[in-house]
Design a protein around this ligand. Structure first.
Ligand code: C5P
Length: 243
C-alpha cells in the first residue's frame, strides 16, 4: 500500500496520460505510436485492437519501455476470469480491466497474484447515465452503483478503479490514497464529446484526484496526435503544479 502512495506522488505528468490505441489493426496502432513518439509513455490496448491482432502489440510496446493498459473488461465465471487474467499477465501489461462484479474481481485478483500486473475494476462505463442503468435492470443510479462497487473492490484487494473524473473526488474519499483512480471520458475544452456522457477536462480530472487519464479520440483523431498529447500533458502539469 505504502509503495503505491509513493509511486503516485513521484509520477510525472507525462506518465499520467494513457493514450487509447483504438485502431482496427496493429499497423494502424503502430503508426499512431510512431507519430506520438516520446510524448506518451503509456498506451491502452482495448477490445477493438485486441480483436484485430493487437495482443501481440503488448509485449512489443513493453519491450520498448512503454507501459500497457490491457482494457479487456473481463467478466465471466470465476474459473475463466482467473485463468484469462493469468494469461494476460504473461503478455507484460501493467493494468488489466475487469467489470466490478464481486465474483469477477475476486477471480482476477487471484489470477494476477504474483505477476506484477495490476487489476482495475470498471465501476460504471462512462457512456452510461442513470437511465442507461435502469434500462439494463440495475437497481441503483450511477453514483450509488459506483460507490458500492468501489467499496467492494477495495475489500477484495483490487488495485484500482476506472471511473469518470466526475466521480474521482468521491471515490478518493471512499478508497483512500492506496487505490489507483483511472479516468476515461476525458475531453479537453471544446473537444467533441462523441458517445461519452460523463466527461471532464484533463485539469478537472487531475484536480478531482485521478491518477491516470485515458484519452482516445482527442489524441488519435487530432491532426497532429503528438501535439494533442503534449497539450494534455501540459494541462496535467499545470493542474498539479508539477513539471
Ligand atoms: O475516444 P475516447 O477518449 O472516448 O476513448 C476512451 C477509451 O477509454 C476507449 O478506449 C474506451 O473503451 C475506454 N473506456 C471508457 N470508459 C470506461 C472504460 C474504458 O471510455 N469506463
Amino acid at each position: 500500500m505504502q509503495l503505491k502512495v509513493d509511486e503516485f506522488r513521484a509520477l510525472a505528468p507525462r506518465n499520467r496520460l494513457i493514450v487509447a490505441l483504438d485502431a482496427p489493426n496493429v499497423g494502424g496502432a503502430r503508426r499512431l505510436v510512431e507519430r506520438i513518439g516520446e510524448s506518451a509513455t503509456f498506451y491502452k490496448v482495448g477490445m477493438e485492437l485486441a480483436y484485430g491482432g493487437g495482443l501481440a502489440l503488448v509485449p512489443e510496446l513493453a519491450a520498448v519501455g512503454k507501459q500497457v493498459f490491457l482494457d479487456l473488461k473481463l467478466h465471466d465465471i470465476p474459473n475463466t476470469v482467473e485463468r484469462a487474467t493469468a494469461q494476460a499477465a504473461k503478455l507484460g501489461a501493467r493494468f488489466l480491466t475487469v467489470h466490478a462484479y464481486p465474483q469477477t474481481m475476486r477471480a482476477a485478483v487471484a489470477g494476477a497474484k504474483g505477476s506484477g500486473m495490476q487489476v482495475l475494476a470498471i465501476t460504471v462505463l462512462t457512456s452510461c447515465d442513470d437511465a442507461d442503468l435502469l434500462d439494463a435492470c440495475y437497481r441503483f443510479g450511477v453514483v450509488e452503483t459506483v460507490r458500492r462497487r468501489a467499496e467492494q473492490a477495495l475489500a477484495l484487494g483490487v488495485d484500482g478503479l476506472v471511473a469518470s473524473a466526475a466521480e474521482a473526488a468521491t471515490l478518493r474519499r471512499i478508497v483512500g490514497a492506496g487505490m489507483l483512480l483511472v479516468a476515461p471520458g476525458i475531453r479537453p475544452e471544446g473537444a467533441p464529446v462523441g458517445d461519452q456522457k460523463r466527461v471532464a477536462t484533463p485539469a478537472e480530472a487531475i484536480r478531482n484526484g485521478a491518477d491516470y487519464l485515458v484519452v482516445g479520440r482527442p489524441v488519435t483523431e487530432a491532426p497532429n496526435p503528438r501535439v494533442a498529447a503534449e497539450a494534455i500533458v501540459a494541462e496535467i502539469a499545470a493542474a498539479r503544479r508539477l513539471d
